[in-house]
Write a protein that binds this ligand. Structure first.
Ligand SMILES: *[C@@H]1O[C@H](CO)[C@@H](O)[C@H](O)[C@H]1NC(C)=O
Ligand SMILES: *[C@@H]1O[C@H](CO)[C@@H](O)[C@H](O)[C@H]1NC(C)=O
Ligand SMILES: *[C@@H]1O[C@H](CO)[C@@H](O)[C@H](O)[C@H]1NC(C)=O
Length: 377
């Protein structure tokens, strides 16, 4: 009897402790808010978007610097855009603290000398190219540089001529004030980022390496301000990307003996291949949710903004991550991100090796998108 009583006492105490921890974490995280003070036009580093700044950005959008495929991009427009940049920011490029180098004819590396050269430099990356866009698929012509309803419209306004023009405007502004940064830094603008950056970013990296440059850190374009992307989050929020999905290509090929379309064999290449792909799709990789790194911290920072039932879960992922995974799985957008699916079939490209019925061979390239596991840093 006494043993039983002691056991239930321990169980009750244990249960009460867990409940206490859950409540404490929920309450604690409910009040964890950091509000940044809004910018004021009177701030010393406030850059006014005057007519000249706006016009420069609008003009930048009009260059059709489209990348189509590896090695296939609009060279003429890239070249014109680069000349435009060099001319519009001539004060920057002729400044004694600034050096620049055109790389691979269309990419640009700018270096700004800091006052303390013992510090490792950092790098801010953007790119000149954009993905294709047609008038038909857009509400407004994508390369007109239109301003409508108080917004800039066009391809590249977010990805990422805003980064190109923004960093150059900021640099120009600071240099004009006579500012010299303590730490040196680079601005790096590739010209084929949308098609893997082999000719641009990779050449810039090779150049930096050849110069023995080691970076302290690098800031890339990152993500955008999103709405309705996380269950329960009703306010827009900025996601800070600390890793990026890559992809692997898997090639499957089928070879069968020759036949004739008038006497089809029991199994054709297409049938065999379709079966293989269906099998792959039917076996998704197991869910991976690392609830200890930056992903957990991200959800914890959402906690004050979500309804109470979700707040309890997000504040206690140490216990509730299995339930949270189910919630994330309910929406395709969250099912595919946040490390849920280490691999997912993202596209296929088939190549038929014979011109008539696929008698002999069929080759299929499957693109898998793996998810990088994040580590605290
Ligand atoms: C640089 O680009 C321009 C425009 O595409 C082209 O006319 C020129 O030949 C290129 N120069 C080199 C060295 O590739
Ligand atoms: C797209 O629209 C713009 C602006 O109206 C026009 O100048 C351009 O020629 C159009 N492009 C095509 C391919 O029709
Ligand atoms: C989420 O992804 C998994 C793995 O691909 C899939 O099996 C599941 O059907 C998806 N859930 C929803 C609701 O789409």
């Amino acid at each position: 009897m006494a043993g039983l009583r002691r056991l239930s006492y321990f169980l009750l105490t244990g249960f009460a402790t867990v409940v206490l921890i859950i409540i404490a974490r929920t309450v604690m995280l409910s009040y964890q808010q950091t509000a940044a003070a809004p910018c004021k036009p009177s701030d010393l580093d406030y850059i006014h978007a005057d007519d000249a700044v706006r016009k420069r950005f609008q003009t930048a959008i009009t260059f059709e610097t489209v990348s189509y495929d590896i090695g296939n991009y609009n060279r003429e427009e890239l070249y014109k855009f680069l000349q435009f940049i060099l001319k519009e920011f001539s004060d920057v490029f002729s400044h004694p603290l600034v050096e620049y180098k055109v790389i691979a004819n269309y990419s640009l590396l700018v270096s700004i000398k800091g006052s303390d050269t013992s510090l490792k430099p950092y790098l801010i990356a953007s790119h000149f190219d954009v993905v294709p866009a047609t008038n038909e698929s857009w509400e407004v012509p994508p390369f007109e540089g239109r301003v409508q309803d108080g917004y800039f419209w066009g391809r590249g306004t977010l990805d990422v001529k805003n980064g190109v023009m923004g960093s150059l405007e900021a640099l120009q502004f600071l240099l004009k004030q006579g500012h010299q940064p303590q730490r040196s830094f680079f601005l790096a603008f590739g010209h084929d980022e949308e098609v893997q950056g082999i000719d641009g970013a990779q050449q810039i990296a090779a150049y930096l390496k050849s110069q023995g440059v080691q970076l302290e850190f690098l800031i890339d374009e990152g993500t955008v301000i999103v709405k309705d992307a996380i269950p329960g989050m009703r306010i827009p929020f900025a996601l800070i990307g600390v890793a990026e999905k890559g992809f692997i290509m898997v090639e499957l090929s089928v070879h069968t003996s020759a036949g004739h379309s008038s006497m089809p064999p029991k199994e054709t290449c297409i049938g065999i291949m379709s079966n293989a792909v269906a099998k792959l799709e039917a076996c998704p990789m197991p869910v991976v949710f690392d609830s200890s790194g930056p992903v957990r911290e991200m959800f914890e920072s959402f906690a004050p903004q979500v309804p109470v039932y979700l707040r309890v879960i997000m504040a206690n992922l140490w216990l509730f991550s299995p339930i949270f995974i189910r919630i994330l799985e309910m929406k395709p957008s969250t099912n595919a991100s946040f490390e849920l699916q280490p691999l997912s079939l993202s596209s296929t490209r088939a190549k038929r090796q014979t011109s008539s019925l696929p008698r002999r061979g069929l080759q299929l390239t499957i693109e898998y998108t793996p998810v990088i596991r994040l580590k605290r840093f």
